[in-house]
Design a protein around this ligand. Sequence first.
Ligand code: KMH
Ligand code: ZN
Length: 285
Amino acid sequence: MAVSGKPDRGGPATLITVAPTGAESEKSAVPALPVTLAELVTTAKECQAAGAAVIHVHIRDAQARPTLDIGRLTETVSALRESTDLIVQLSTGGAVTDSFERRLAVLDAGPDACSLTCGTVNFGDEVFMNPWGFMTELYAKTRALGVVPEFELFDFGHIAALRRLLAELGPPAGGHVHCDLVMGVPGGMPGDAATLVQAVAALPPGATWSATGIGRATLPVLFAALAAGGHLRVGMEDTVTFARGRPVASNAELVERAAAAAALAQRPAMTPDAAREMLGVPDHR
Ligand code: KMH
Ligand code: ZN
């Protein structure tokens, strides 16, 4: 798949983020899930070759359980930087069981970028907690350390909270606002075209955005995002089913599919360098 990319904001190229692991699926149930550092690095290289420019990272411990261990996170950032050109975005969401303290400490691993969820949301049978005080503390830390945040928006109220955050605390590190609409979580906004169009209309002026659909929402959200001029996030964090009855074989095939759809839409996959320029991410390699 051709990878190109004029870096102009809102321009023709499509930023593809891969979220390869997440914190929810179990390795025993999903053997293709990358859970070791070696598996993650291999996945990252394959996904870059397929058209990804950003990697959204959750890591696992030696038993393949989600962890925010700072030593492992630091090692992961270094390994991904050495082996790929991808922008390394660490998750500050972690798992629903992670404490605010540990989630704030993620930034000490020195990533290029991080996720920052703009509000609490029901998350299936669980609750993903992001109260205002935590959001502001995390945001202030991103600004102090120069880590570029990506604002994760699971529901419409999160867009209002993002606007308040920017108004009260100022612009993010890098100076540019980039959001990710996470659609189709049970408890968040649904993953359909009408909802996507409404959400995009409510974003702060000048913001760029990607979208991801969870599970069955994957393809409707992917096509709606391309049609509406947005960017894409795909990966096994968000879906482990490629087609009805057919498990995902690798993250790379999800990126390949996204890059093929973007190319068909005449908006080919953006290079990591072009993505750095669009997002205001310094090159730490
Ligand atoms: N694992 C979810 C509870 C993020 O990475 O910032 C939260 C999540 C969002 O995945
Ligand atoms: Zn995540």
